[in-house]
Write a protein that binds this ligand. Structure first.
Ligand code: NAP
Length: 304
């Protein structure tokens, strides 16, 4: 069973692994609200009580499907923490006037998207609302005003960001009376930028847990011919015995979780057996030497 943690001091309690829903509708096995409800039940049973979704996921359909599933199993609403994101708008048949993709994190959009997410998900409040991507066209003050408004109305419990740089985080925080509770960023053995650009350092300084999206590089760690992925897989195979038969996926998640910022992986698999395996191995403690050996395998050179 997974142990929950506080995403930030006095912030929301989330599960140590978060269920990502970006690819939810890509799996024919999850085509019905009943199947999604069963999947959410399983997650709760396994201790994965936090759900990560977004307005844009599944061509703007995932939130609605989750809402339909929750309507079938309303008791889950008390057991799940829902994290959603807003702010990415791409051309879509439902919006024929939208000819180009754009970001919008204006106050007006914060309020509109929050209302929409609440309606589609069928819940009274969102546990955490994240700005999906920094919107260069909106003043931080404007975004902050929208976030303050939905929080003070009780529609959103906590706010955070995703894919923000350190300075973008600082700027938005300087306009807010509420502390931002996380920065959800890409982190995996094939994408280590957040370790070098100060993002994970800032999280440690603020005592907030970053959320790590695509912990398997979107599956590339498992199935691509990229030389870095091939080297990492080979090393994981040779570490298998050391870690009690752990799979490449398990070791890759453990590598992310071992970072001292306490990264919370947002897991992407739709397969039940893979979910169970990740939970079963979630307390795998990675040895310092193995962590660095994986870094070297991924980078293709020795540490400096
Ligand atoms: P991921 O775990 O890196 O990749 C998941 C993919 O890997 C799935 O297609 C999965 O297929 C495959 N996979 C998993 N285990 C495998 C195995 N043992 N062998 C072969 N393939 C395997 O995660 P992700 O889906 O890219 O991202 C996870 C979540 O992060 C998303 O759902 C979303 O919530 C969040 N996210 C956030 C942002 C952001 O900007 N904030 C961006 C991207 C994603 P199966 O389903 O078949 O296992």
């Amino acid at each position: 069973m997974l142990k929950p943690l506080n995403l930030s001091p006095n912030g929301p309690v989330v599960s140590r692994l978060v269920y990502g829903t970006w690819r939810l509708l890509a799996d024919p096995a999850l085509a019905t609200p009943q199947a999604i409800a069963r999947r959410l039940e399983l997650c709760v049973d396994l201790g994965i009580t936090t759900l990560d979704t977004a307005e844009i996921y599944g061509g703007y359909d995932v939130e609605e499907r989750i809402g339909q599933a929750l309507a079938l199993a309303p008791h889950l609403k008390q057991k799940l923490q829902i994290i959603t994101k807003f702010g990415i708008y791409v051309p879509h048949p439902r919006h024929p006037d939208r000819k180009v993709a754009f970001y919008d994190a204006s106050a007006e959009r914060v309020v509109k998207s929050t209302e929409k997410s609440l309606r589609l998900l069928g819940v009274d409040a969102l546990d955490v609302l994240l700005v999906h991507r920094p919107d260069w066209f909106t003043a931080a003050q404007d975004t902050a005003q929208g976030l303050e408004q939905v929080i003070s109305a009780g529609k959103v419990r906590y706010a955070g960001v995703s894919n923000y740089t350190v300075s973008q985080f600082d700027l938005l925080q300087s306009c807010l009376s509420q502390p931002l509770v996380t920065n959800q960023v890409e982190l995996n053995l094939l994408a280590m930028g957040a370790m070098y650009d100060g993002t994970l350092d800032q999280c440690q300084q603020l005592r907030i847990h970053p959320m790590a999206w695509s912990p398997l590089g979107g599956g590339r760690l498992l199935n691509s011919d990229d030389p870095a992925a091939v080297r990492v897989r080979a090393l994981c195979q040779s570490l298998r015995e050391t870690y009690g038969g752990a799979s490449v996926s398990t070791v890759a998640h453990a590598w992310v979780m071992a970072h001292p910022s306490g990264c919370v992986p947002v897991i992407g698999t739709n397969k039940e057996d893979r979910l169970r395996e990740l939970v079963a191995a979630s307390d795998l403690k990675m040895d310092r030497r193995d962590w660095y050996a994986l870094w070297e395998a991924a980078q293709g050179h020795k540490i400096p």
